[in-house]
Write a protein that binds this ligand. Structure first.
Ligand code: MGD
Ligand code: MGD
Ligand code: SF4
Ligand code: MO
Length: 762
């Protein structure tokens, strides 16, 4: 029995930016005299989130207190995890990885970086140097099951992968969302807290919200119009919108016009994609498409925004591209109320170097060993991870490091990856949990709870709908002798590079990063410290070390920085400490052409590789006219966060959430009954899952949320194990991906569905 006791009184409060999703809400943590977390609520004074939070924010208390969360490193001995001290753990990690390198070379190492790397300071500032220290090209991340198509299209169009135009939701008159459900996901590649309130505000000021989604989501529920498109059909719809805009003389690029190149070329490519031609493929009536196009052109300001339903799809990169082309063609690129560029206080590639002109992005510089798939932005597609581990031969991955990832639940053909991980000679995980993936590790190095770490959203501020700078210091002290995540990464990088564990001092790495950052700043023509002496700047940073010193350096040399005296009113780390609720840097402002880093100095709207891929889309237009079987899509749930919050009982309890959404017509036809099991089969595998019959999904489409399937033996997730659900990525196929980006198709997987039987005892 759990003992019920009254919560102790709050004796102090502390602030913490929530690291769980892109909204980055400011939280206020109430602590007792004994430093127990009493409650967590939204910080009403936060300049960014003004008190907003979702049910996951308060769950930071439960994550912090979770008895399953690792507090000390573990190593595997005779098939069991045994707690060891930090020195011993690093020695073991160094020995294991060192053996692989000695026998097979550095290319026998692989690394997988998961989503939380962009949500904590250690990952954001120290993971790149860590990967460099491993010295391998076998770099995999969650990006190729996520936003990589958008990074590639943005890189090609604007010159930098994170120059992603975000919807100016606070000023737009007309927002069209494709494949996004921000009311449940809290938004992505458009960092903003309180999407429900912001969508409501668009309508309250007389604007219009349109949701294009095969499912009637909570976001669609709030919208003026819901267009239930067929999965994977967004590029056809977008081309048809361009087709109508061109045919009806509605193209007007507005203020961005002088900086656009290739618009006419893309409009030419749209010619075959008439509303009538795409109607059978999209399932959207031609009349609706015409109406949508005219409404976009007529609105005083408008913005099309696409998210995971459009990127984890067969034509993810084309779709990501066309979203921006439609915005450009309607005069909405880079104007208030349209799609705009953030101007982050630190870390922005589009505020460094010469304005307007740059090298752009280079893709396909090397290829994966087994299938020969091209790299992008220094990474290989994660659809090749399993085969690179389980296919013998020179260059086979025999040693792996995962940092903040759970690819067994989050990447395609999971069963194969699961089996492959079991055969590794060395596997070191940096992760606070023994989960479906890390259960295969030989060494697990945990990281402190979010409440024990400082925070700044370096990555997400590149994608914010308003410019702010915020830092929150650790709420609680770490246990003495427990390293922060940056120290874990720094020390692991050193031992992996062959340094003796005793000599592997994280300060060496920290000093080196600061030295390189300062050297880059003084050489950068956009920096307020251009031409200064790097050593003098470093000396000016004082006694701080670790992320705080690095943040100070980046802030001071960034676009709002004090430039070490050059702009006395500018930002420093001390400014942020003095403004605990954040510093508001104002609404987004037009940034063309200076935001560009393209070779031509123009927005390159018709890049060669994208134009070339249109042939594949045209072929698909003909292929798909008839014969539609059932297809599987995913969904996100407010009380869930990818795979790793299911161990928090207040979030998972209640009726089962991992269900198969089926339209009543399909249920009747297929003999499926609400609450009864169905067997869902793809080319990759099969799962048995309870049916949830609902009119909210388009006929012919079924939906399973990802991140579930906590029934694998050996994981240490007491709560999650009781609410296991099924792993939807058992169904995702590792040979179905967008060729330009290597991004897996997670939405639009052909499946068969029939009544199923739950396994005995299940
Ligand atoms: N079918 C399907 N699959 C999908 C998706 C989908 O829509 N459908 N979505 C995809 C997307 S968008 C994403 S981003 C991926 C996510 O894929 P992953 O990043 O592989 O998975 P997560 O579930 O985010 O796992 C995060 C891991 O990080 C650990 N962790 C949490 N915080 C920290 C920290 O601060 N430091 C460290 N070192 N570890 C930490 C957790 O314990 C957990 O093991 O899933 C993808 N997979
Ligand atoms: N609560 C919660 N919040 C999260 C996460 C989470 O797991 N839980 N994960 C975080 C992460 S890592 C990410 S990347 C973001 C993602 O944020 P979102 O992209 O907003 O995430 P989803 O809710 O999966 O929304 C995708 C929508 O696309 C629809 N869809 C599927 N296929 C298609 C298609 O072919 N065309 C169109 N037009 N729509 C399609 C789905 O029905 C779904 O409603 O969310 C983040 N926030
Ligand atoms: S929306 Fe929820 S999970 Fe996301 S940052 Fe805010 S409180 Fe955290
Ligand atoms: Mo994601």
């Amino acid at each position: 029995m759990t003992e019920v006791r009254a919560a102790p009184p709050v004796s102090r409060t502390a602030l913490r930016i929530c690291p769980l999703c892109e909204a980055g809400c400011g939280l206020e943590v109430g602590l007792s005299a004994a430093d127990e977390v009493v409650r967590i609520r939204g910080d009403r004074n936060d300049v960014w989130s003004a008190g907003y939070l979702c049910p996951k924010g308060p769950a930071l208390k439960h994550l912090h207190e979770d008895p399953d969360r690792l507090r000390a490193p573990v190593v595997r001995r005779d098939g069991r995890f045994v707690e060891v001290g930090w020195d011993e753990a690093f020695a073991a990690a160094g020995r294991l990885l060192g053996r692989v390198v000695a026998a097979y070379g550095r290319q026998a190492l692989g690394v997988y970086l998961g989503n939380p790397n962009v949500h904590n300071l250690g990952g954001q500032l120290y993971v790149k140097p860590f990967v460099k220290a491993l010295g391998t090209r076998n770099v995999f991340t969650a990006s190729t099951v996520d936003q990589r198509p958008k990074e590639i299209s943005s890189g090609l169009l604007f010159g930098a992968p994170l120059s992603v135009p975000v919807p100016d939701i606070d000023r737009t008159d007309h927002l069209v969302l494709l494949g996004a459900n921000p009311v449940d996901s809290n938004g992505s590649l458009a960092t903003a807290p309180d999407w429900p309130g912001r969508l409501e505000a668009i309508r309250a000021r007389g604007g219009r919200v349109v949701v294009v989604d095969p499912r009637r989501t909570a976001t669609a529920e709030m919208a003026d119009e819901h267009v239930a498109i067929r999965p994977g059909a967004d590029p056809f719809l977008l081309f048809a919108l361009l087709n109508v805009l061109a045919a009806e003389g509605l193209v007007d690029p507005g203020p961005a016009g002088p900086y656009l190149s290739g618009l006419d070329d893309v409009l030419g490519l749209a010619a075959p994609f008439t509303p009538e031609a795409v109607e059978p493929v999209t399932g959207v009536p031609a009349g609706t498409i015409r109406r949508l196009a005219r409404a976009l052109a007529a609105a005083p300001t408008a913005c099309v925004y696409g998210r995971i339903g459009t990127t984890t799809a067969e034509f993810g990169t084309i779709t990501s591209w066309l979203v921006d082309v439609v915005n450009a063609a309607t005069g909405n690129l880079d104007r208030p109320g349209g799609a705009m560029f953030a101007r982050a206080a630190i870390g922005g590639a589009n505020t460094r170097g010469a304005p307007r002109f740059g090298r752009g992005v280079r893709l396909g510089r090397h290829r994966s060993r087994v299938r020969g798939l091209p790299e992008s932005l220094g990474e290989l597609p994660v659809v090749c991870l399993a085969e690179e581990i389980d296919t013998p031969g020179e260059g086979q991955i025999r040693g792996l490091v995962t940092v903040a990832g759970n690819p067994v639940l989050s990447t395609p053909n999971s069963d194969r990856l699961d089996a492959a991980l079991a055969g590794l000679d060395a596997y070191v995980a940096v992760d606070p949990y023994v989960n479906e993936t890390t259960r295969h590790a030989h060494v697990i190095l945990p990281v402190p709870s979010p409440l024990e770490r400082g925070h700044y959203d370096v990555f997400l501020s590149q994608l914010a709908v308003r410019n702010v700078a915020r830092y929150t210091p650790p709420v609680l002290p770490r246990d003495p002798g427990t390293p922060d995540e940056w120290e874990v990464l720094a020390r692991l990088g050193l031992v992996a590079a062959g340094v003796e564990p005793d000599a592997a001092d994280p300060a060496l790495v920290d000093d080196e990063i600061v030295r390189l950052t300062a050297a880059a700043a003084v050489a950068d023509e956009s920096s307020p410290v251009r031409g200064r002496d790097a050593d003098e700047l470093i000396a000016g940073l004082g006694d701080r070390r670790g992320p705080e010193r690095l943040l100070d350096l980046m802030l001071r040399t960034g676009p709002y920085g004090d430039g070490f005296g050059a702009r006395p009113d500018g930002l420093t780390f001390d400014t942020l400490l003095a403004a605990p609720h954040g510093v508001d840097l104002g609404p987004l402002e037009p940034r063309l052409p200076d935001v560009l880093r393209t070779p031509s100095g123009m927005v390159e709207l018709a890049p060669e590789s994208l134009v070339a891929d249109v042939a594949r889309l045209r072929a698909a237009l003909d292929d798909r006219q008839n014969g539609h079987g059932m297809v599987l899509i995913g969904r996100r749930q407010l009380r869930s966060n990818n795979s790793w919050m299911h161990n928090v009982s207040i979030l998972v309890k209640g009726k089962p959430r991992c269900t198969l959404l089926v339209h009543p017509d399909d249920a009747d036809r297929l003999g499926l009954v609400d609450g009864e099991p169905a067997e869902v089969t793809s080319r990759a595998g099969a799962v048995t899952i309870p049916v949830e019959v609902t009119k909210d999904i388009r006929p012919g489409v079924v939906s399973i949320p990802h991140g579930w399937g906590h029934d694998r033996p050996g994981a240490r997730l007491g709560v999650a194990g009781r609410y296991a659900g099924v792993n939807s990525n058992v169904l995702a196929e590792d040979d179905r991906f967008d060729p330009l980006s290597g991004t897996a198709v997670l939405n639009g997987i052909p499946v068969t569905v029939r009544p199923g039987e739950l396994p005995a005892g299940g």
